[in-house]
Design a protein around this ligand. Sequence first.
Ligand code: 13P
Length: 289
Amino acid sequence: MSIVTNKELLERALEGHYAVASFNTNNLEYSQAIIQAAYELNAPVIIAAAKSEIDYMNGYAFVAMVRAIAGPLPIPVGIHLDHGPSYEEVVRCLRYGFTSVMYDGSSLPLSENIANTKKVVEAARACGVSVEGEIGVIGQASDGPEGPQIDSDMIGLADVDECERFVAETNVDAFAAAIGNAHGLYKRKPELRFDLLEQIRNKTNTPLVLHGGTGIPLEDIRKAITMGVAKINFSTVMRKGAIETLRNTLNDHPGELDYMKLLTPARNKMVEIAKEHIIMCMSDQKAWK
Ligand code: 13P
């Protein structure tokens, strides 16, 4: 068992009452750390990259790297495009060998988001790749003076009827709904709209994805999982841990010229952070043979 689709990962997560942690990567050390953490905890995991991260690494190199590292290990790993901005980017990722793609048309009018997502689903299905869509705009936690505002005008909360229509018409394998979550560092404790999550879950029967996982308290993560969230995205927390560790290492060893010695503590820190978040998602010991 090694490289699998998110559809398979998320269906099993729903059945098993846990969520699969999805971590963004942009280089070798991040990717090694994510896969190492999942391996040590015998957990399924998703390794994700957004367009800028794919451009930085080279899509073919990224997929080859993940397959080389994770392929021999007895854990299921999904290779996912995060926030795909266009049909063209999705098609490129299908060619690179991703097993899951997200198309994010959430800033478009609903009918356009649906039409584009349907096109993505058609192309991805032909390649055996799963698709995640988005409804409502999941913004940046830095938006607004107090971080994300729980107000549909400010961060574009998902609309329940739109979610129902979106899922029915696109037939996506998973979708992200904006419920008061945001990417980046929250300035205050996020107030997730669990009432909205419940209504969305009642009207759709598709695994839900929670973006902006950094800083969401454990009890909220666990509650979201009981309400049908099967995938939780984490990015900032890994970057913050890695960069702070690297900065300390550089300060402590100003003359060090061995790049590997400088990066190893940062990579170890990322293993630690990824393990912590896999355990939050309760996906440890959930790898299947
Ligand atoms: P954070 O950076 O807030 O963890 O969000 C990650 C994410 O949702 C990627 O899509």
